[in-house]
Design a protein around this ligand. Structure first.
Ligand code: HEM
Ligand SMILES: CC(C)=CCC/C(C)=C/CC/C(C)=C/COP(=O)(O)OP(=O)(O)O
Length: 301
């Protein structure tokens, strides 16, 4: 059957409109950042002679499994998302996408990612990546998030794992070095998220989610952010101290940590929540630039 140009023209936007909710539930920007941190794990691992094709397929697979975890998070949280201004427009909260379609999509992503890792990487990387999926989609989303204000500290481990996943995708074995990068993201997560939670405290309180600003107040949360940011700055020096990276990284990390500490201390003493969203946005640039500096540093060696 012949398809006219007009029919084809109207089918493309229809296809795009139909696909948009699926893209939205993958938390694509977060997944891109996760893949970047995994890529740094690949770049810093010892050269074992793997092809670029295998490396890229491994990273794509880690991205697919992360996107699957994000999609499951949207399914599990759909009712709570409806109660929060920030999340009420999400496809599952708005019932633009059915639970069954979202689940089929999430399982397809996870299966594709698992096969990709088994084919192009190794079983240890596959198991660890699936554990990260379970850590985020099940342990954090289904339990911790609704049980304890330490939810994001403990659950943060899943999101911090990609540098280790990238390293293991290369070598097939665990090592101390990538754990330092995991520790950096682990210490970064509380100031990253609590900045947003301070700005959206009323939203979380309305949805009955026990985030730290809701249960322990904004000033105590800011104090915890100061502590984690100082811990983050110390952790950032460790890769340099063990000779894993060089001066270029150290200079970039020092500037970024100086700025982060300045912004967090300013937020702490301001007694307002106005600057919280600024800190949240900075935290994303911080992680992006820190991990890019690891690449640059490696390229200079
Ligand atoms: C338990 C750990 C984490 C929590 C609770 C958390 C929470 C959040 C929240 C609530 C947002 C706002 C999303 C929105 O506006 O709808 C966000 C944004 C973001 N997060 Fe996190 N995050 C965590 C870990 C991470 C990790 C490990 C990374 C990357 C390595 C990351 C990267 C990002 C990025 C890039 C954004 C901006 C997304 C955008 O602009 O669409 N987050 N995070
Ligand atoms: C395989 C692997 C590496 C898995 C990690 C998966 C992943 C997507 C981690 C990101 C963490 C994140 C965005 C948490 C926010 O969840 P939230 O429910 O608190 O935020 P929300 O209210 O915006 O949904």
């Amino acid at each position: 059957m012949a398809i006219s140009v007009q029919q084809l023209g109207s089918a493309i936007p229809d296809f795009y409109v139909g696909f948009k909710p699926y893209v939205a539930i993958t938390k694509a920007k977060v997944v891109m950042m996760l893949v970047l941190t995994a890529w740094v794990g690949v770049a810093l691992a010892p050269d074992v002679g793997r092809s670029i094709g295998h490396q890229l397929m491994s990273l794509l697979s880690i991205g697919l499994i992360s996107a699957s975890a994000a999609a499951i998070n949207h399914v599990v949280d759909r009712n709570r998302d409806r109660k929060m201004a920030r999340t009420r427009h999400r496809p599952l909260a708005m019932q633009q996408l059915s639970v069954s379609k979202a689940l089929i999509f999430a399982v397809s992503l996870a299966v594709a990612g698992t096969l990709g890792l088994l084919l192009f990487s190794n079983w240890l990387c596959t198991v660890l990546t699936l554990l990260a999926l379970l850590g985020y989609a099940v342990v954090y989303t289904m339990f911790l998030k609704h049980m304890t204000p330490q939810n994001i500290v403990i659950g943060g481990l899943a999101g911090a794992l990609p540098p280790l996943l990238g390293w293991v995708s290369e070598t097939g074995a665990l090592a101390a070095e990538p754990w330092l990068l995991v520790m950096i993201i682990f210490a970064w997560t509380p100031p990253h998220f609590w900045a947003l939670a301070i700005a959206r405290e009323a939203d979380y309180a309305r949805a009955g989610i026990p985030m730290l600003p809701v249960t322990h107040g904004i000033q105590f949360t800011k104090l915890c952010m100061v502590v984690y940011t100082l811990l983050l700055a110390v952790t950032c020096v460790l890769p340099y101290l063990i000779g894993m990276v060089g001066y270029a990284y150290l200079v970039a990390a020092s500037i970024l940590n100086g700025l982060f500490i300045y912004l967090i201390v300013r937020l702490y003493i301001s007694h307002t929540v106005q600057q919280a969203m600024g800190v949240f946005r900075f935290s994303i640039w911080y992680l992006l630039l820190l991990f890019v500096s690891l690449f640059v540093d490696r390229a200079l060696v």
